[in-house]
Design a protein. Structure first.
Length: 173
């Protein structure tokens, strides 16, 4: 198990608005929202024959919630390319799906206010189960067009190789 050192100078928790997502070794452009990383473990209840008045609980199967990524609509085709590996309308009868390389591992990095990486999570064997190319369009609205992908995954783990950085001290002029 990795050892964690604690930065005694930092008392505030990290903010949730400084992050980046990476897959295929490249940062993904414009991701503005990532849903929570959540794991749920089933509870298996059982009783012992000699103790009929109460049940015991043990951990069962663990499930990882899908992760949703959102970003503003641009010309960058990465969301659509990945989604098309699972289903590509118009590719021709019998070749709509190519499951050869539809899974990807991704990295989620969280930064402090100084722009230093403070946390990282590796998410394993992701694939696109839902793709929204365009939102509802409304000529009377004042909003950014958002596209999203929903990623099924087979688990995640914290990248313990990322140490807590020593935050810079800013000197007043």
């Amino acid at each position: 198990m990795a050892e964690f050192t604690v930065n005694a100078q930092r008392f505030d928790p990290y903010k949730n608005f400084k992050f980046r997502v990476k897959w295929d070794g490249k940062y993904v452009a414009g991701v503005s929202k990532v849903s929570a990383l959540k794991r749920t473990t089933e509870v298996v209840k059982h009783r012992s024959g000699g103790d009929p008045s109460s049940s015991r609980k043990s951990p069962g199967r663990s499930e990882y919630e899908p992760i949703t990524l959102e970003r503003g609509v641009t010309h960058d085709p990465e969301f659509e390319r990945w989604a098309n590996k699972v289903w590509n309308f118009g590719a021709g009868a019998g070749v709509e799906v190519s499951l050869k390389d539809f899974r990807k591992d991704l990295i989620l990095e969280v930064f402090n206010e100084a722009g230093q990486v403070v946390l990282g999570y590796k998410v394993f064997r992701c694939w696109v189960s839902e793709f929204q190319a365009l939102p509802d369009l409304d000529a009377n609205a004042n909003a950014i067009a958002i596209q999203s992908i929903k990623l099924e995954n087979e688990g995640w783990e914290r990248d313990t190789a990322i140490p807590e950085p020593t935050e810079p001290t800013f000197v007043e002029p």
